[in-house]
Design a protein around this ligand. Structure first.
Ligand code: F6R
Length: 331
């Protein structure tokens, strides 16, 4: 894909959500009392969105996101493990599936194919197949919505479909204003190191912003959460060692006290000559707010890439790393 087609693809996020809304509709598991999402990079982030969503929709359900070769020790026969790998060939995720199998977990694979599909089929586990030929991080709607559908079918969350439709409509009607906001933020970010701050409950969304700046704009970016950052990271503004730009993501449902912290932090860092932009995430439903915040971040990262002469799509260094590591025997 040429750079402009990739940007246009990212702009079509609301349509992809609409396209993906029935994925996983036929998959159901029973006897589950906790959920683990295992995956890496652009695939794992779907787990963070699920976690953010479930914290409100099903607060007593434990949802854990695991990035690595093993699933956590608490995984057992009553754990639903979503194994997500867009390519289906990520070694950590394939290894985590084996670890989940040994613990007797109920596994659902989400993938476009590869070894994960084969592995799940051989083990007689459900596979949600997503469309091929997309960069994993740009396939987020296809990786995330099946999780909601399977969770609902399995009686773990209320029916998400009204919220999905409402989110799609909200994102479609706000399309031009989101693009405008993202373009103007990208202008401010050129040459800067983004620091993305959010409340603890929205940490997964801030992390998506960070990863998208890394992979699309090919720059470093860092994230931290309120209130914890007021107890350490704030001090770093005393002796600046890089050209930072702070992005504060504030969800309208964040605690009032956290909002006070955002306001005061913005004022204090402003006095240290560090510019910031506050993005207040609005929307009737949590799902709309999660997806709109993700979309604005995605757009900002690709517009920043364009502005700085970078092709947002390829991640050659990741491919090269995987290739080189693949030559080292896996023992
Ligand atoms: C590339 C991307 C990466 C991959 C990661 C894991 O667009 O986002 O972060 O997601 O290297 O690969 P998959 O998703 O194929 O398991």
């Amino acid at each position: 894909m040429a750079a402009d087609s990739f940007i246009a693809f990212v702009e079509r996020f609301p349509e992809h959500l609409s396209d993906a809304k029935h994925l996983g509709a036929g998959v159901k598991v029973s006897g589950v009392d906790k959920v683990v999402v295992t995956g890496m990079g652009g695939s794992a982030i779907a787990g963070n969105l699920l976690q953010t969503y479930c914290a409100e929709k099903s607060p007593s359900l434990h949802v854990h996101v695991s990035r690595g070769y093993d699933v956590p020790a608490f995984v057992d026969g009553r754990t639903l493990v979503f194994a997500i790998s867009y390519s289906g060939n990520t070694e950590e995720t394939l290894s985590a599936v084996k670890s989940a199998m040994r613990k007797g977990a109920k596994i659902v694979a989400v993938t476009s194919g590869g070894k994960l599909k084969l592995q799940a089929e051989q083990l007689n586990r459900a596979v949600v197949e997503v469309p091929e030929g997309i960069q994993p991080r740009a396939a987020l709607p296809y990786l995330f919505l099946p999780l909601l559908n399977v969770m609902h079918n399995s009686g773990l969350i209320p029916d998400p479909s009204p919220e999905i439709s409402s989110a799609v409509n909200a994102l479609k009607s706000a399309a031009s204003s989101y693009r405008e906001r993202a373009r103007s933020l990208a202008d401010k970010l050129a040459g800067k190191v983004p620091l993305i701050y959010s409340s603890d409950r929205m940490a997964g969304i801030a992390y998506r912003w960070k990863a998208q700046f890394n992979e699309n704009a090919k720059i470093h970016a860092f994230t931290h959460v309120f209130p914890e950052l007021n107890h350490n990271e704030l001090v770093g503004f005393t002796k600046l060692n890089a050209n930072y730009y702070v992005i504060m993501l504030e969800d309208e449902a964040d605690m009032r006290r956290v909002k006070e912290r955002v306001k005061l932090t913005k004022e204090m860092i402003g006095k240290k000559d560090v510019a910031s932009t506050q993005i207040v995430i609005k929307g009737e439903h949590l799902l709309t707010r999660i997806l709109s915040a993700v979309h604005i971040g995605d757009l900002t990262s690709v517009y920043l890439a364009k502005l700085t002469g970078i092709d947002p799509e390829p991640v050659a260094i990741i491919e090269d790393f995987k290739k080189q590591l693949g030559r080292v025997p896996f023992v």
